[in-house]
Design a protein around this ligand. Structure first.
Ligand code: SF4
Length: 419
């Protein structure tokens, strides 16, 4: 029995960029912040942003001041012109890959093409592309709707960035049969196509697929659709609470994947629940927890580096090895721990639990690191006078590095720490 988590599951580049930009903006001051519509289609992300003071606003005309973020899916041309006239600071978070589709639609329309958009006509991104595609632009959601197209003489096809790649191929081929002069550009984002390709490949190895993501997320819905096309039972859920233990325990191998706006903490919760359903495979005993926390807190570095120091002394045939080995081990523990505390500001789905552990005990771990540095310096006083000097220089160099590292994290805006 196993739960395989897809490598591509979770935040895509465009969503991460938008969330990071909002959080970087929040750090700047006490302005009021609103998003024009849903920043991304995931209720948990929206809730986390709301808790930080960023709410959804559908009538920015009622705002007298503040910052208005434009969502990742794009804003129609007409609406964009209206918003520019408001006394607001506009921060455009349209994903650059959506921006590319908008720019292509506008260019092709200006060149006299009849722009055909493959996508969901009710989706915000498609509405935006439509507005850039000129008056003759039309939307279809698949090859079956080609017959309904009217007044086409110079067809140009592009698609919603989260479209199913196979549907695009089928639609393009069907259009080419009807309009041999068809021109097209592939505008499906590679975050979407890679996610879909991985899912198709993994489907042969599993007997069920669980997809985590917002109900109104187009790319999440596409993943569910693909899993069903591949003949597998698939479950679209928003949170781990929706998992049906009765049904899921029947499956041997489950693939867990997620939409582009699903946060990593949500994927982890689902994974843990799935493992639990599969027979309590998660190790949650006290000794296991203690060991895990010791490793998360870097305490394993102490014995490891001590053994390394002792081994070195043994090879050199040194009798006075104990204090130098202890001093070096404390110093390395301090360096490692301060670095972990600094880096816990980044979000890395593969190290999420460790980062959460460190973030929630930042102060305690920093105190441990400082005590270790102090202990290392005190011990070095009993050694050759060169020791404290060398440790002092190393500590100074490390503090300079830490300063740069902290600056680097905040300037890239990556120090977001969602729940
Ligand atoms: S899926 Fe692609 S187009 Fe959509 S937000 Fe992510 S990176 Fe941008």
């Amino acid at each position: 029995m196993s739960v395989i988590t897809a490598h591509t599951a979770g935040f895509c580049w465009g969503v991460r960029r938008a969330v990071d930009m909002v959080l970087a903006e929040l750090k700047k001051g006490d302005d009021s912040y609103e998003v024009y519509g849903e920043l991304v289609h995931n209720p948990q992300v929206l809730r986390a942003l709301e808790e930080r003071g960023v709410s959804i606003c559908m009538t920015p005309e009622n705002m007298n001041s503040g910052t208005l973020f434009l969502r990742t899916h794009g804003t129609t041309l007409e609406r964009r012109e209206q918003l520019k006239l408001l006394p607001l600071k506009i921060k455009d978070l349209t994903c650059p890959r959506v921006g590319r589709a908008l720019a292509i639609a506008r260019k092709k329309s200006r060149e006299g093409h009849d722009v055909i958009i493959l996508g969901d006509p009710l989706h915000q991104e498609v509405r935006s592309i439509l507005s850039y595609g000129g008056e003759r632009a039309q939307v279809i959601s698949g090859p079956d709707e080609i017959a309904a197209l009217s007044g086409i003489s110079r067809p140009f096809l592009l698609s919603q960035t989260t479209q199913n790649t196979e549907t695009f191929e089928k639609t393009k081929n069907a259009l080419q049969e009807k309009y041999p002069n068809l021109e097209y550009t592939f505008t499906i984002c590679n975050s979407t196509s890679l996610r879909q390709d991985e899912l198709r490949k993994m489907c042969v190895r599993v007997d069920c697929v669980v997809v985590v993501g917002g109900r109104n997320s187009a790319n999440t819905a596409r993943l569910v659709e693909i899993a069903r096309e591949e003949g597998l039972p698939s479950y679209h859920i928003e949170t781990h609470e929706e998992l049906d233990a009765g049904e899921l325990k029947e499956y041997e191998n489950i693939l867990l994947t997620a939409g582009a706006s699903t946060p990593s903490w949500s994927i982890r919760e689902v994974r843990e629940k799935l493992l639990e359903i599969q027979g309590g495979r998660l190790r949650t005993g006290k000794i296991w927890k203690l060991l895990q926390n010791a490793i998360f807190g870097n305490f394993h570095v102490l014995p490891l580096t001590f053994i390394l120091g002792a081994a070195g002394a043994f090879i050199l045939n040194s009798e006075n090895w104990l204090i130098p080995a202890m001093a070096a081990s404390l110093f390395l523990y301090g360096v490692h721990t301060v670095t972990s505390v600094l880096e816990s500001g980044y979000s890395s789905p593969s190290r999420l639990r460790r980062q959460e552990f460190i973030r929630s005990r930042r102060n305690l771990l920093t105190i441990c690191a400082m005590l270790a540095f102090a202990g290392s310096l005190v011990l070095s006083v009993f050694l050759n006078p060169l020791w404290p000097a060398v440790l002092g220089v190393m500590l100074a160099l490390f503090l300079v590095y830490s300063g740069f590292a902290r600056k680097g994290i905040s300037s890239t805006g990556k120090s977001w720490d969602f729940p």
